[in-house]
Design a protein around this ligand. Sequence first.
Ligand SMILES: [Fe+2]
Length: 282
Amino acid sequence: MNDIFVKPLSNACGAEISGIDLTKPISPEVADIVNRSWLEHCVIVIRGQELSDIDQVKFAEAFGPVGNYLRPDTLRNDAMRERHQAVMFVSNIIENGEPIGTLPDGEMMFHTDTGYDQNPHKATTLYAIEIPSKGGNTIFSNQYSVYEALPEKLKNRLKGRKAHHAYEFGVMIKDKEKYDGPELRTAVHPIFRPHSETGRPTVYVNELMTESIEGLTDSESRDSLHEIFALQREKRFCYEHVWAKGDLVMWDNRCTLHARTDFSKKERRLLRRVTIEDSPRQ
Ligand SMILES: [Fe+2]
């Protein structure tokens, strides 16, 4: 076994793991090192990989059952239907007049993946196949740290409360107060949601998908959410990942949010996503 090194990437979150070749099956010992580093740093980066669809699915399966990529049928095309159920492409590339992936161009607000489901997937793995020369970075915000930094007054106001989450598929910047589209999935989650493995409290609201807080007036709900969203964007809680081809990044959706920076529509961007399910909560 090669030596495996774990190097933190920022004070907020993120660590690079080197010394692993993911085209080969990973042993339980290596999976354990990866899992522990991931739980500690919330985001892990493994660079220089050459991964097929199935390599990535197998890597993800070392940490739990892979999530099916369920999208409303109206938003799928033939190229998407032919793929492994767990695989989704994030891409702006058009082939034969049809997009080969979803979430194509430009900036994307902070969110957590599948937060619109009642049991969101615990992890996302994203593998870089084609990357623009500039931009399209992914910013991760640490929600353990945001929880710790919340003003006591706000924490007390929101303690024990739940928030409504919804997502209009394909939307990357929320510009409506409430979504009302037909392709809508919604869920309700505690605002301070304990992590299912570490047990630590996290802030589980985000500017793309969180609609409102139960039991507050519209203005109280909006003001509280905006106060949290501003904290989540602060640089001290964030690690910005600048992608290179061959990067495999795995993040914890239970304790981080992620956002995408803008990039030129003229450049190609293609990443492959496979998610991992969480164990059901009570
Ligand atoms: Fe995402």
